[in-house]
Design a protein around this ligand. Structure first.
Ligand code: 13P
Ligand code: SF4
Length: 331
């Protein structure tokens, strides 16, 4: 007999002290089951404030891990522990290499303030926390960098070179990317690690021109993980929640092309909304989680044999938490 996953998930949610969390990029059928949805910052804040002892997080690894770091007493399970491809681009030793790159070019370690995008492993966040640095997300990067600059130190921004360059540009600051041309930390305010999101690299200035030629007056809205040339040519740039608000506030007749992950764009208001790419911009890891995975994870709690639980060692929790809490303290 086949299992009705949706009905079983609803039954298990009612029975168990569990909060089901999903990022906007999740498949529709998974997303619809969630108690909490939002962009990375909202998910972190709301999970911390939530009372249930169990969290089942549908997203990518760093998201579930961040909940475990800010609320270590919670039991966090992920139906798929799928790793964000950008977060995989940096580990502790690449982080140390980036710090050394700056030190070798005359910036003392105590004069470096690291900021890591939340799309990074907890071990990288811990290194950042140990050096007095902070985490940021796509929705608060401006404020976090502004706060970081108050220290008078050079900012090392990891792992997303696009986010680092885009916010530096919007703040009138100089940035460079380690390993890309001449990157002199003496000359730049923000020194970026060379990581990127392959999904958001799909959007190009040619795509923007295509839509503007085809539909004069169309608005272009993109995520800050897009290439700087794309961000600078767009009408609006924002996190996933900010993109949703921007599109919802438009006149229903206003055409808009959106540069972010397909599941979210497809869920936004139908009609007059376009995907800013000829290639379907799907995040493979976000798409790994299925309704069946979600059911099996909830069932494992009912059976008292939890699967795919997130564990973070004490040292990492301590320092990664410092970096996350410094971010959460900034309103
Ligand atoms: P948001 O914080 O804007 O939801 O972004 C998360 C992400 O992974 C974008 O690719
Ligand atoms: Fe990571 Fe890009 Fe997927 Fe976001 S869209 S989770 S940055 S790979």
């Amino acid at each position: 007999m086949s299992i009705d996953y949706k009905a079983e998930i609803i039954r298990l949610k009612e029975k168990l002290p569990v909060t089901l969390v999903a990022h906007y990029y999740q498949r529709d059928e998974v997303f619809e089951m969630a108690d909490i949805t939002g962009d990375s910052l909202e998910l972190a804040r709301r999970c911390k404030a939530d009372d249930n002892p169990w969290v089942v997080f549908c997203g990518v690894g760093f998201m579930g891990q961040s909940v475990k770091v800010i609320a270590p007493e919670k039991r966090v399970l992920m139906p798929k522990i799928a790793c964000c491809a950008m977060a995989r681009m940096i580990d502790g030793s690449y982080f140390d290499d980036s710090v050394n790159y700056m030190v070798e070019r005359g910036i003392a370690k105590e004069n470096i303030l690291p900021i890591t995008y939340i799309n990074s492993d907890a071990t990288v966040k811990a290194k950042v926390g140990e050096m007095g640095g902070m985490v940021c997300t796509s929705s608060n990067a401006y404020k976090i960098i502004e706060k970081g600059l108050e220290s008078g130190k050079k900012i090392l921004f990891v792992p997303d070179r696009c986010l680092g360059q885009n916010f530096a540009h919007s703040m009138g600051l100089k940035s460079c990317v380690i390993g890309e041309g001449e990157c002199d930390p003496q000359e730049a305010d923000i020194i970026c690690f060379n990581g990127f999101c392959s999904v958001h690299q799909l959007f190009t200035v040619d795509d923007i021109e295509f839509y503007r030629n085809r539909y004069p007056g169309i608005k272009i809205a993109v995520h800050p993980e897009c290439d700087p040339a794309v961000v600078q040519a767009a009408d609006f740039v924002g996190s996933t929640s900010q993109l949703i608000k921007y599109v919802n506030d438009l006149d229903p007749e206003q055409k808009v092309a959106i540069g972010t992950e397909y599941n979210l764009v497809n869920r936004m208001r139908q009609g007059n909304t376009y995907v800013l790419s000829s290639t379907k911009p799907e995040c493979p890891t976000m798409n790994e989680t299925t309704l069946e995975d979600l059911y099996r994870t909830l069932k494992s709690i009912e059976d008292d044999q939890p699967i795919n639980e997130i564990f973070v060692d004490e040292h990492t929790v301590k320092y990664a938490n410092l970096a996350l809490e410094r971010m959460l303290a900034i309103k």
